[in-house]
Ligand binder design. Structure first.
Ligand code: MN3
Length: 203
């Protein structure tokens, strides 16, 4: 049985950047629904006890009748579980060390990196996610539709991710996705991003 992970902070902790009502609905309703639907789909199959990151990398092995449900809801569970951890009210405001130097050699500087990542987030049509990954010794920005991910597509664990589904911002920002993205940078926990990056260069 997959379970909704607890947040490391209260629903109102990311105010004013991400409002409490959005956080509550996003976590306790949207994410919970992905978990419930995933559990419902794999109940009684051999995949019942397989970790979600493994399931979404072997979608082709699932019975066709549940494949799309697991893709969408397993993807949703995996993506949101990462996303919550990359935000914090006491966020470290910027990266340093190896990650910062890699950002500088790849994108010029931190601001240019943020601009490029934000542009990818604005450009993602409809619902989806934006990713920072480390692939073939290079930092890379990409995006995916729906609840797909770089893990699902290419077996790569994201270093940083951003949810650009309307449910992530509509209550506070309505159709103003760029404002949501700008605010979100204020709560990105660079400590966590550095840890995610360190795991990639070690592995
Ligand atoms: Mn979401």
């Amino acid at each position: 049985m997959h379970k909704l992970p607890n947040l490391n902070y209260e629903y109102d902790a990311l105010e004013p950047y991400i409002d409490a009502k959005t956080m509550e609905l996003h976590h306790s309703k949207h994410h919970q629904t992905y978990v419930d639907k995933l559990n419902g789909a794999i109940k009684g199959t051999q995949f019942e006890d397989v970790p979600v990151d493994k399931i979404i990398q072997q979608l082709d092995e699932l019975p066709e009748s549940i494949r799309t449900t697991v893709r969408n809801n397993g993807g949703g569970h995996y993506n949101h579980s990462l996303f919550w951890k990359m935000m914090s009210p006491s966020a470290k405001k910027s990266p340093n060390g190896i990650l910062l130097s890699k950002i500088e050699t790849t994108f010029g500087d931190l601001e240019k990196f943020k601009d490029k990542f934000s542009s990818a987030a604005v450009a993602r049509f409809g619902s989806g996610w934006v990713w920072l990954t480390y692939e073939n010794d290079e930092l890379m920005i990409s995006s995916s539709p729906n609840q797909d991910s770089v893990l699902m597509d290419r077996g790569v664990t994201p270093i940083l991710c951003l949810d650009v589904w309307e449910h992530a911002y509509y209550l506070k920002y309505q159709n103003r996705r760029p404002e949501y993205i700008e605010a979100w940078w204020q709560v990105v926990d660079w400590q966590q991003v550095e840890e995610n990056f360190a795991k990639q260069i070690d592995g």
